[in-house]
Ligand binder design. Sequence first.
Ligand SMILES: C[S@@+](CC[C@H](N)C(=O)[O-])C[C@H]1O[C@@H](n2cnc3c(N)ncnc32)[C@H](O)[C@@H]1O
Length: 352
Amino acid sequence: MVARWTVLAPLLQAVTAGRDLLDDTISRLTPEAVAAELVTEIGDHDVRLDLTFAGRTTSHLRTDSDVTVSLDLADAVRGLYGTGERPWPSLAVRTPDPELDERGIAGWFHSRKGLADAVQQLLSALRPGRRDLGELAVEYGSDKWGDLHWYTQHYERHFARLRDEPVKVLEIGIGGWEAPDSGGGSLRMWQRYFRRGLIHGLDIVPKTVTGPRITAIQGDQSDAEFLDRLGRDLGPFDVVIDDGSHFNDHVRTSFHALFPHVRTGGLYVVEDLQTAYWPSWGGHPDAPATTSMGMLKSFVDGLNQAEVRDPRGEGTYLERTISGISFHHNIAFVEKGRNDEEGGPAFMRTLY
Ligand SMILES: C[S@@+](CC[C@H](N)C(=O)[O-])C[C@H]1O[C@@H](n2cnc3c(N)ncnc32)[C@H](O)[C@@H]1O
């Protein structure tokens, strides 16, 4: 497993830094390589796009078009991946007649509605708006919002602080089951939601889904050694989501193998916890320790381990590194953080 994104990963980190650092990063990665990533991200459009960096301009998209949108490369990168709401200072739209004034340009476009729409579409692709996750789930065909599950409201709440960050996401379960060219709805949704995110999908079936910031990996979530290798090669992850087989032993194995590869401050999410209560999925109506819910419930007591048996708060690895857990209908969010505060003073334990 070799990490891709040798250009994108540093670019996504630098995009919210100051202009000088972004310029340095573009120079180091080369403006050609950065422009190529940008063009892959925005897709095809029926106008010409000129991108300028350090006095040199390169042309992209429909180079024979009558209309050219020209932009400073660093401005374009910031509009696409950055978080600022500032307009592009360097934007210009040119028609074949360089003498036209603003009114003239408006008149020129008036009789060429198709080209005006193409410019509009290119500008929206260059600066995508913030969309609600439920809408994105429906648009990209993930079942995380709809009559099967109502998860996106919970994701919105827990992921809000990460949305504009250069996150690395791993989702177990790409979707589409046996069909290699089917699925990928949630990966596309995350790619759109996290504008600076690098999205990894894992599925037992080899999947063909692609995207500028999506990579599909084949593997079995019940294979702990494979997951540990994956974590070492591609992690640490800011977010891991288990939406795979939903068999209880698989969910437990995946959690124990991958939680060490979640970075501090990150989240591990388990979906479809209803299977913890269903015997044919390895569950039991009481959700004992052998089930996914049983495992997650045991972490709740771990949060307070310093008050019970280990006043110095040293505890086990999971006790020390799980700093919060939220349960909602069929989905849980486990927060990775420091849980090593000392317990209350010993005399309080025996006050009454
Ligand atoms: C519910 S679908 C994922 C849906 C997708 N996350 C979405 O929201 O659009 C579950 C996927 O898990 C995959 N899967 C099943 N068993 C697996 C295993 N042991 N390891 C990895 N993936 C598995 C299936 O092939 C299927 O594509």
